[in-house]
Design a protein around this ligand. Structure first.
Ligand code: NAP
Ligand code: ZN
Length: 403
């Protein structure tokens, strides 16, 4: 089922008038300029289940966009934020892997109009900074805003969300676990109007893993690869290695029940961390005549990051870290591991800028890749805690919430 009609909003949401209207006169939705009351998953406290609440979503201010979210994936990073591995202020509406339709726009917004289908971006694009102006990076100087001084707030230092009279924080500049969200116009990729609900995965997990292989590792034809951590990002990294023409792709994980799906995604073999007494990097090196050409870490754990590096061939192996560890975690390694010629790199959002996300959606629409193997569960917003439980147990691949 496709959810493309933001006008349905009125029947679902109680509208409240605001005294101050900042929405642009270009906005056409009848909800424009008004506070929208809708359902959202509010995380009141860290490490506790989230609760479905009626929240108020204020109209977008200048250079902001209010979006009716139609679906959202639940990413390992949302689980990490809920559990304070990634620091973010509470209470908060999490979620950063969504797709939706623009409901209204604030003054000065030119890149989208009401009715456009969009993916909110947790990595913004100011278009002016060094990161935005080099083809070698996608990390904008404003990225730090979402986790630094302005963590949980819009650029003017306020929130657009309230619930039971309390301010509710934004997360990652996106907050997609809500029927409506407000984001900066620097955090928008306009996508094909017919993009289906599954395309939400391009808003984080798929782009992150696929791009880590294609853009960051730059996996080569005929090479050997190992992907560590078989969640949504790891599965997508496997897809990237496959599309880059790798001849061996080893999926490494601890839940064997996910292996058949990993093989469908493109893994040529899988290794269970539970099946071996010796360190896993030794197992991988023995399997690959000294180490893989490319290793991609997708678990967010320091020991797995070391394993990934040590699994690469000493002369020219490339290890890409894109799992997010806690701020307290330190990766300490002997420089000799790099002196022989290995490269250690990091990757954020698979290296994609906003236009890359628009193009990935286009490629998905023209069936250049599938997202089917990634989706292990389809849930309603109200069932979101089940998605967090699946991440916690490591048994799921990716759950998507359909609103
Ligand atoms: P996920 O759904 O939690 O999957 C991670 C997988 O790694 C799990 O399914 C599990 O699979 C393995 N794993 C996790 N914790 C483990 C543990 N304690 N011990 C052993 N194995 C463990 O997460 P995801 O959404 O795929 O994301 C993966 C990582 O990338 C996370 O750290 C996330 O925060 C990060 N991330 C980074 C970016 C970026 O831009 N850099 C973007 C999105 C996500 P198996 O045991 O079966 O392998
Ligand atoms: Zn994510």
């Amino acid at each position: 089922m496709r959810h493309g009609n933001f006008r349905g909003a009125e029947s679902e949401c109680r509208l409240l008038r605001t005294t101050k209207t900042t929405a642009s006169t270009m906005s056409t939705a009848s909800t424009a300029g008004k506070v929208i009351k809708c359902k959202a998953a509010v995380a009141w406290e860290p490490c506790k289940p989230v609760s479905i609440e009626d929240v108020e979503v204020a109209p977008p201010k200048a250079h902001e966009v209010r979006i009716k979210i139609i679906s959202s994936g639940v990413c390992g990073s949302d689980h990490s934020a809920l559990n304070q591995i990634i620091k973010t202020p509470f209470p908060v509406i999490l979620g950063h892997e969504g797709i939706g339709v623009v409901e209204s726009i604030g003054d000065g917004v030119t890149i989208v109009k009401p009715g456009d289908k969009v993916i909110p971006l947790f990595v913004p694009q100011c278009g002016k900074c060094r990161g935005c102006n080099t083809p070698n990076s996608n990390v904008c100087v404003k990225f730090d805003d979402s986790f630094g001084e302005l963590a949980g707030l819009m650029e003017d230092g306020t929130s657009r969300f309230t619930c039971k009279g309390k301010l509710i924080h934004h997360y990652a500049g996106t907050s997609t676990f809500t029927e409506y969200t407000v984001v900066s116009d620097l955090r928008i990729a306009k996508v094909d109007a017919n993009a289906p609900i599954e395309a939400c995965l391009i808003g984080c997990g798929f782009a992150t893993g696929y791009g880590a292989a294609i853009n960051t590792a730059k996996v080569t034809k005929g090479s050997s690869c190992a992907v560590f951590g078989l969640g949504g990002v790891g599965f997508s990294a496997i897809a990237g290695c496959k599309d880059a023409g790798a001849s061996r792709i080893i999926g490494v994980g601890s839940h064997k029940e996910k292996f058949p799906k990993a093989m469908e995604m493109g893994a040529t073999e899988c290794v269970s961390t539970k099946d071996h007494e010796k360190p896993i990097h030794e197992v991988i090196c023995e399997m690959t005549n000294g180490g893989v050409d490319f290793a991609i870490e997708c678990a967010g754990r320091i020991p797995t990051m070391m394993t990934a590096l040590q699994s690469t061939y000493p002369c020219n192996g490339v290890a890409v870290l894109q799992g997010v560890a806690s701020k307290k975690d330190i990766l300490s390694l002997h420089p000799g591991l790099l002196l022989t010629g290995r490269t250690l790199k990091g990757s954020m959002f698979g290296g994609y800028k906003s236009d890359g996300i628009t193009k990935l959606v286009q490629d998905y629409m023209s069936k250049k890749f599938t997202l089917d193997h990634l989706i292990s569960k389809r849930l309603k917003l109200a069932e979101i805690n089940e998605a967090f439980d699946l991440i916690h147990s490591g048994t799921g691949i990716r759950s998507i919430l359909i609103y």
